[in-house]
Design a protein around this ligand. Structure first.
Ligand SMILES: Cc1cc2nc3c(=O)[nH]c(=O)nc-3n(C[C@H](O)[C@H](O)[C@H](O)COP(=O)(O)OP(=O)(O)OC[C@H]3O[C@@H](n4cnc5c(N)ncnc54)[C@H](O)[C@@H]3O)c2cc1C
Ligand code: FES
Length: 255
């Protein structure tokens, strides 16, 4: 489907953890074609100087014609979103990016998310069959862990400060628990994705990573979001907003 700007209605916009908000948007056009791992761009219309902000699709309900977004209040744009109320309208550009390849076979699927990289993994976890293992990393606290548990996943949590679960990062936790499986779906900060790629290579696990690069135009018109990707063995620049955000982990050149 061609990307389009729609006016969506906010059905819910609630805080679920410190600075973390859970937003449900009613939008028939975007929900009917949305793919797990894609993202939308929200327009902070109260401040026309701000560019639309990319937020991953965390849930898709085609019957109710909704998409779910979970976002962190971090700067001007997301602060504005956090003040919006049920019934408000918001302009949304979607659906953007490629999304994850979902393997539906009855195998072991591993989800590795760091902080605000966790939301897009929830819809993938909903769609796969077989065993589901989820490794969530936070600086402190936790969110969305119960949503993964409701999908039948075994959830492990790592926190930097040890406030919940294992004290340390997700890779240390995976090594300690010797987490292995057939597919990894990941999203989070670059150093985490880089270390995960090494882990997955050692264990021979097919891994897709979603890169949450900073973006400007978000539609492929500038080069604000390029990453180096190996194509037929040679490095080329790809645009995260158009060619990604999901890539085969072995093709990403981390620098
Ligand atoms: C494809 C994609 C999917 C994303 N999905 C989500 C999501 O599901 N939930 C969510 O909370 N956030 C997500 N983000 C990050 C989100 O877009 C930014 O946090 C948001 O744009 C910040 O806007 P702001 O106006 O509130 O903050 P700004 O005032 O623009 O920035 C505040 C601070 O955040 C930093 N920042 C801005 N963008 C990023 C970024 N992409 N990565 C790291 N630091 C950043 C800035 O450098 C600054 O220090 C995603 C980003 C991308 C590219
Ligand atoms: S943000 Fe402009 S090309 Fe990706």
């Amino acid at each position: 489907m061609k990307k389009t700007v729609v006016e969506a209605t906010i059905l819910k916009n609630e805080q679920i953890a410190p600075d973390i908000f859970d937003m449900i948007l009613h939008t028939k056009d975007l929900s009917k074609n949305a793919k797990a791992g894609q993202f939308v761009k929200l327009y902070p219309d109260n401040n026309k100087n701000l560019l639309p902000r990319p937020i991953s699709i965390c849930g898709i309900d085609r019957e109710k014609e909704t998409i779910r977004l979970v976002y962190q209040k971090i700067g001007e744009g997301t602060c504005l979103f956090s003040t919006m109320k049920q019934g408000d309208k918001i302009r949304v550009l979607g659906n953007c990016g490629n999304g994850y390849n979902i393997f539906e076979d009855n195998k072991t699927h591993i989800f590795v998310g760091g902080g605000i990289g966790i939301p897009p993994l929830l819809e993938v976890c909903k769609q796969v069959k077989g065993e589901k293992i989820v490794i969530l990393g936070f600086r402190t606290g936790q969110f969305l862990n119960k949503d993964f548990e409701k999908l039948g996943a075994k959830v492990y949590i790592a926190t930097d400060d040890g406030s919940v679960g294992f004290k340390g990062n997700v890779i240390e936790l995976m090594k300690k628990e010797n987490i292995i499986g057939d597919y990894i779906y990941a999203c989070g900060p670059k150093p985490m994705l880089q270390a995960l790629t090494e882990y997955a290579k050692e264990k021979n696990i097919y891994t897709q990573v979603s890169m949450e690069e900073r973006m400007a135009c978000g539609i492929g018109a500038c080069v604000g979001c390029v990453v180096k990707i190996l194509e037929n063995g040679s490095p080329v620049y790809k645009k995260v907003c158009k060619d990604g955000p999901v890539f085969n982990s072995l093709e990403v050149v981390y620098e």
